[in-house]
Write a protein of this length. Structure first.
Length: 254
């Protein structure tokens, strides 16, 4: 009797530990290449989205990433600033099936969050895919001055419309500094002083040290994401870290 009573508590304790663990490890640990779905959304030019990148990022291709891959529920996620090459496969919904002549690709920088939903395209979790069988959904800022208007293949004569809405795609993680169209623009890369603690847009997140912590989930202050060249210009102003700390704590106490 007592053995079973104890056993019960142990079991309960075990379950609590397991579930705490599960809620910790809920972000999708996605491979560096795979399949995904692609939707598009309207992002006004110059708009500063969830990652707090600069207005200049919108002059180049950007996208939002589904929440459980983005890595935060409310603010900066580890995906902020990352670049992905997205290559179209085919539209999900088209009758008859549409086989595109070309499968164009675009390199995007992640600047925004696509919120987790029950059954939308951004509903993928570590355990569950969206209705197209993908864990990840990219929401492309489009139309955009950065992407040609005829980027998505279409056949208006046959279907009566141009926009298929959702596409099956493949993705791969790529280095921003070599492949993203905004690579020559420090501001667009997010590698500027002015971002301070209110933004986290690494020029090219590569290691945990220059990856955005999940601001809301870990209450961390974003790392200094400026590239080395920009950093050296600032070594003369010792008040910068202090100011960042003060601004950061004001932000946190709000
Ligand atoms: C989209 O991709 C999924 C997963 O690879 C596949 O099962 C599905 O058949 C594809 N949809 C279309 C319309 O090709």
């Amino acid at each position: 009797m007592t053995f079973f009573a104890h056993f019960h508590w142990l079991w309960l304790g075990f379950l609590v530990v397991i579930s705490l663990h599960a809620s910790d490890a809920q972000w999708i640990d996605y491979p560096s290449e795979g399949i995904a779905t692609l939707t598009h959304y309207t992002l006004p030019r110059g708009y500063v989205a969830s990652c707090g990148c600069t207005p200049e990022t919108t002059d180049y291709p950007t996208a939002a990433l589904s929440q459980m891959a983005y890595g935060s529920s409310q603010s900066f996620g580890p995906a902020c600033g990352k670049c992905f090459r997205l290559t179209l496969s085919n539209p999900l919904v088209s009758t008859p099936p549409f086989i595109p002549d070309t499968t164009p690709s675009v390199v995007v920088k992640i600047t925004d969050l696509c919120p987790l939903s029950q059954d939308g395209w951004c509903s993928g979790t570590e355990q569950r895919t969206n209705s197209a069988g993908a864990q990840l959904n990219f929401d492309l800022a489009y139309p955009s001055i950065a992407i040609p208007d005829d980027f998505f293949p279409s056949n208006e004569a046959l279907y009566g419309y141009k926009d298929f809405g959702v596409w099956n795609i493949t993705y791969s993680v790529v280095p921003c500094l070599q492949t993203w169209n905004g690579r020559g623009n420090q501001k667009a890369l997010g590698s500027v002083n002015a971002l301070g603690p209110s933004g986290c847009c690494p020029a090219d997140p590569s290691s945990p040290a220059d990856t955005c912590p999940s601001f809301s989930d870990q209450n961390g202050i974003p790392p200094d994401t400026r590239v080395a060249a920009a950093m050296s210009l600032l070594t003369n102003s010792p008040s910068t870290p202090l100011l960042a700390l003060i601004l950061g704590s004001i932000y946190l106490s709000l």
